[in-house]
Design a protein around this ligand. Sequence first.
Ligand code: ZN
Ligand code: ZN
Length: 259
Amino acid sequence: MNDLSVLREWWPGAGRAWLSRLIDRVPSDCWLCDTRTRGGHLCPHCHQSVVRSRHSAANRCSRCCLRFAASRKCPDCAFLEPAFDHAIAAFDYEHPGDLLVGQFKMQHRFILSRPLGALLAGALHEHRAMLPTDPVVVPVPASRAALRQRGFNPAGLLGRHVAAALGWRYAPGTVRRIDGPAGVMAQKYLTRQARMRNVQGLFQCAAPVQGQHVVVVDDVMTTGSTLHAIAVVLKNAGAASVTGAVLARTPAHDRQQPA
Ligand SMILES: [Zn+2]
Ligand SMILES: [Zn+2]
C-alpha cells in the first residue's frame, strides 16, 4: 500500500480529498518498523519515537528551536540575531527521525512527504499560540542541481501538505532562488561562516508579501543561515512576520561543522 499512496500525489485536485480518505483506511507498513498500520503513516510507537525529541526537557531556544547542552545562551542566536521571528521543528535531527529524512531525500521516496508533512503540521498545531491565524506557506526553493538530482523539492512537498492540513494558503514561487551559472556549494559541506556567505544574495522575493505573515517550510535546519537569508528578503519586501517550519532541527552537539 505504501506504493499505492503515490496515486494521491498525482490525482486531480477535485478528487484528491476523497482518494486521500480512502487511502487512509487501507492497511500499509510502518516506514520504520514494518508493523502493519494504515494510510502510509508511521505506527503509533514509531510516531512517538520520532517526536519524543520535541518534548525533551533539554535547553531549547525559544527563537530558533535549537537544542543545546551546556551553554547559557543559544549559540546560533548569539552568533547572529535571526531575521525570522520563530522557528518550529517537528523533531530533532537524530535517530529515528533522521532515517525518515534520509529515505525521503536521499532515496527519493517522495511519498513520505505525507506522513512527514503530517508530523510538521502537528508540531505547528501544537505551537499555534505563537502563530498568526492566517499565514501563507512558502517553501524554500531548491537549487537547479538538487532538482535535477532528486526530481522534486522536499520543502515544496512538505509545504503543500502542511498548508492543506492546516487550511493555509500555499504560495510556491514567492521566494525565488538565483543560482549563478556555476551554482553554489551545498550548504552541508560548509562551515557556519561560509554558509552565511553562500546564501547572501541567493534569494529574492518574487510576489507581494506586504503585511503578510509568512511560514517558510524547509526539511532540515542546521545553522539557520538559509532561513535567515530568506527572512531578510521577505522582511525587506514588507512581510509582517516570518516563521520557520522545519521537519528536523540539528542539535548543536550533532553538527559535523563547527558552529
Ligand atoms: Zn513503526
Ligand atoms: Zn536560538
